[in-house]
Design a protein around this ligand. Structure first.
Ligand SMILES: [Cu+2]
Length: 140
């Protein structure tokens, strides 16, 4: 009987300790379109423009895609950099920076994430190649 009680107490403690991480994990697992909205971008060499870099959505191949963010949701841009130079993705509102991926070195990856509390049109661009690596973020 004592063993059973100890077991129950132990399991309860483990369960309570695990609640926060379980909650977080479930939000990620069930997060597609619910509480998390993820985009996959990559820097891409493109010699038809100068400087010769663009963003590409690696899910569908669209260049400098419009990203549809969801208000009051964690919107995440995952970024790969297979090129030979630094890139840094900046999210801006009316020209003002509100988030950055920080520098993403050649061969590495990064991400930038925001939880917008208002709808509207945001922008994104590369700090180093703002004229060719840029697009619109529509928050709905
Ligand atoms: Cu760049």
């Amino acid at each position: 009987m004592q063993k059973t009680s100890a077991l129950v107490i132990g399991l309860t403690a483990l369960l309570l300790l695990g609640l926060v991480s379980t909650y977080t994990t479930n939000r990620e697992a069930f997060g597609q379109g619910v509480s998390k909205n993820v985009f996959q971008l990559s820097a891409k060499l493109d010699n038809s423009v100068n400087p010769p870099f663009r963003w590409v959505n690696t899910t569908n191949g669209v260049i400098n895609p419009t990203l549809n963010f969801i208000v009051n949701t964690n919107d995440v841009i995952k970024i790969q950099n297979p090129t030979q130079v630094l890139h840094q993705l900046i999210i801006d509102v009316n020209g003002k920076q509100i988030a950055t991926s920080k520098d993403i070195t050649p061969g590495s990856s990064g991400l930038v994430s925001i939880k917008p509390n208002m709808t509207g049109a945001f922008g994104y661009h590369c700090l180093y190649h703002p004229d060719t690596m840029k697009g619109i973020i529509q928050v709905n």
